[in-house]
Design a binder for this molecule. Structure first.
Ligand code: HEC
Ligand code: HEC
Ligand code: HEC
Ligand code: HEC
Ligand code: HEC
Ligand code: HEC
Ligand code: HEC
Ligand code: HEC
Ligand code: HEC
Ligand code: HEC
Length: 303
């Protein structure tokens, strides 16, 4: 029995022991790590921005893979008498991942300015989201930076946004024509809901400039906030509208004006009195320039 145990120990341990000999004392040399970690999923990191020796900011020349994984000497030279190999001081994934704070400190240590200026205090940071929940460092191309691959990563936590994107009217995010990050800065910003622009309207108008104005005749809610009438993520109404006209308009414009009749099934085609304020584009049949008008007689947004 004892002999059998001994034999199996030798069989299991010896290949690793041999590798250890080759790499002892080489923690600061990436090729030392490669003696044991030559799987393609790991070595791909050698072809990324983080392992460029000519770029002093990566620290690769002095530290090798320890630039991200931290002190790994004990890991490389497993201490005698220890049963398990101690992990490198920073592990980013898997069951033995370091605490989120420690992982984030490592990445943020080199990435403080730029688009990550407002990371500290951002909702993602304070909600204990890790850089590595979104970023992968080993693949040659980090998926979250690829237009078509980004949204599924966000959806993994924001499932309601996947549901919205499946609705008939939506921004072409799932089609890969734009990204969540076109409107949001996932690293945090000064606005509520981590928007790119200083306000909701600033964000929308970077792409929909024709709605910016100033117009000769302005429609107050448009100047105030696009999201009074639109929802950014997806709806069952056309044109990302929260409601369909006339009901949308009647949230604010009530019966004191010309459209004072109550709308019901009778106002629809087939009803007793089909109403031009219900059929087709409803109020927009006449008030078509609902975002504002530059026409001399466009006061009622009819042209
Ligand atoms: C002598 C072989 C050997 C060398 C050299 C080596 N490793 Fe490892 N490494 C291992 C083994 C074996 C495991 C799996 C440990 C386990 O599952 O208990 C591992 C696991 C890891 C893990 C995952 C840790 C975890 O707990 O999930 C990381 C990260 C890692 N190594 C990084 C490195 C880095 C960085 C270097 C170079 C500085 C390096 N390794 C050098 C053998 C080695
Ligand atoms: C030792 C410093 C250092 C550490 C630690 C570090 N980075 Fe970097 N990172 C860099 C440098 C340098 C670049 C190249 C920047 C450039 O080219 O402008 C870079 C580039 C990037 C890029 C852009 C890659 C691309 O293909 O354009 C991303 C994303 C990134 N890092 C994320 C991370 C994440 C996530 C972590 C933590 C797991 C991390 N970094 C840790 C220095 C570091
Ligand atoms: C919620 C997801 C998410 C988290 C968390 C996150 N990032 Fe990013 N990161 C992104 C996305 C998306 C982009 C691409 C932005 C774009 O397309 O403009 C990006 C871009 C980057 C870039 C590329 C250059 C740049 O500034 O745009 C770097 C570097 C980077 N992130 C570092 C980090 C670091 C460091 C952390 C943690 C402190 C972090 N990220 C946390 C999603 C995230
Ligand atoms: C930019 C920071 C960074 C650098 C540089 C880096 N790693 Fe990693 N490493 C990570 C992150 C983040 C993960 C988690 C998986 C991922 O993002 O791809 C990881 C995961 C690992 C794992 C575990 C793989 C698994 O599938 O569980 C090993 C082993 C590893 N790295 C070894 C290395 C070695 C060896 C080097 C140097 C050749 C290295 N790493 C360089 C950030 C880095
Ligand atoms: C066209 C711009 C735009 C795009 C694209 C976009 N968002 Fe938003 N998002 C906004 C605006 C504007 C708000 C604020 C909504 C409000 O005030 O009613 C917001 C709010 C949010 C919120 C917080 C409030 C809420 O509704 O839960 C989350 C989370 C969010 N977006 C995630 C995402 C994700 C994930 C994606 C990608 C699938 C995405 N967004 C794409 C503009 C956008
Ligand atoms: C690991 C999970 C995770 C991932 C991945 C993730 N988020 Fe988040 N996000 C959160 C948490 C947690 C919050 C905190 C508020 C909450 O619970 O909704 C948050 C908040 C937000 C908010 C602000 C909500 C508000 O009410 O102000 C936006 C916007 C947002 N995320 C966008 C994104 C985008 C864009 C991506 C992809 C690039 C992404 N998130 C990826 C977990 C995640
Ligand atoms: C990064 C550019 C970009 C930003 C920012 C942006 N949009 Fe869009 N928007 C688009 C694109 C692209 C389309 C699709 C146009 C097409 O399909 O031809 C679109 C379509 C729309 C539509 C019409 C949808 C339909 O089904 O007809 C509305 C309404 C709209 N956006 C409102 C907004 C609002 C409100 C905001 C701010 C919260 C916003 N957009 C921010 C690029 C953007
Ligand atoms: C008072 C409600 C309301 C507000 C506020 C509003 N919209 Fe609209 N929007 C509409 C209606 C109604 C339609 C449908 C128009 C149609 O079918 O002709 C529309 C359609 C659109 C379209 C798609 C069709 C087109 O005209 O290009 C875009 C893009 C759009 N709005 C952007 C915006 C932006 C950007 C803002 C903020 C600056 C905004 N909207 C504010 C009511 C509004
Ligand atoms: C959030 C409230 C709100 C919504 C929704 C809204 N409006 Fe308005 N609308 C206003 C305000 C406020 C004015 C300015 C009234 C004033 O100056 O007396 C205005 C002005 C108008 C005017 C010009 C009235 C005048 O007296 O000069 C017309 C026409 C109009 N809206 C049509 C519409 C139509 C059509 C819709 C639906 C697509 C709509 N509105 C949706 C708030 C709203
Ligand atoms: C058949 C065309 C037509 C339709 C449909 C229509 N309107 Fe009008 N609307 C007008 C005209 C014409 C005026 C200008 C009346 C005037 O100057 O006395 C006007 C004026 C207004 C005004 C300014 C206040 C007033 O009474 O003078 C508001 C607000 C308004 N409409 C809202 C709406 C709303 C909301 C709807 C949908 C429920 C709607 N309209 C549908 C033609 C229409």
């Amino acid at each position: 029995m004892l002999r059998w145990l001994f034999l199996s120990l030798v069989l299991f341990v010896s290949p690793v022991a041999a590798q250890e000999e080759r790499s002892l004392g080489n923690a600061s040399d990436a090729s030392g790590c490669m003696n044991c970690h030559d799987q393609p999923a790991v070595t791909s990191v050698l072809h990324t921005a983080h392992m460029v020796k000519a770029d002093a900011r990566t620290g690769v020349v002095d530290q090798g893979c320890q630039n991200c994984h931290g002190d790994s000497r004990d890991h490389v030279a497993r201490l005698r008498g220890r049963e398990a190999r101690p992990p490198p001081s920073v592990v980013f994934a898997g069951p033995r991942a370091s605490p989120v704070e420690k992982r984030n400190e490592t990445c943020a240590g080199c990435h403080e300015g730029g688009t990550a200026t407002h990371w500290q205090g951002s909702l993602h940071q304070t909600s204990n989201v890790a850089c590595t929940n979104c970023h992968k460092s080993h693949p040659v191309q980090d998926p979250v930076l690829v237009k078509t691959a980004q949204a599924p990563i966000c959806f993994s936590c924001h499932a309601d946004k996947r549901a919205a994107a499946l609705k008939p009217s939506h921004h072409p995010v799932t089609e890969g024509r734009m990204t969540c990050a076109d409107c949001h800065n996932p690293h945090g910003s000064l606005t509520q809901t981590m928007l790119r622009g200083a306000t909701v309207n600033d964000t929308c108008l970077t792409c929909h400039d024709e709605k910016r104005g100033p117009f000769l005749w302005e429609h107050a809610p448009v100047q105030e906030q696009c999201t009074i009438c639109h929802t950014p993520h997806g709806t069952v109404q056309p044109a990302l509208l929260k409601q369909r006209p006339p009901f949308l308009c009647q949230n604010c414009h009530d019966s004191s004006t010309h459209n004072s009749q109550p709308f019901s099934g009778a106002s629809l085609p087939g009803g007793a009195l089909p109403s031009k304020q219900m059929v087709l584009r409803a109020c927009l049949n006449c008030h078509s320039a609902v975002h504002g008008s530059n026409h001399p007689s466009g006061a009622r947004f009819s042209r």
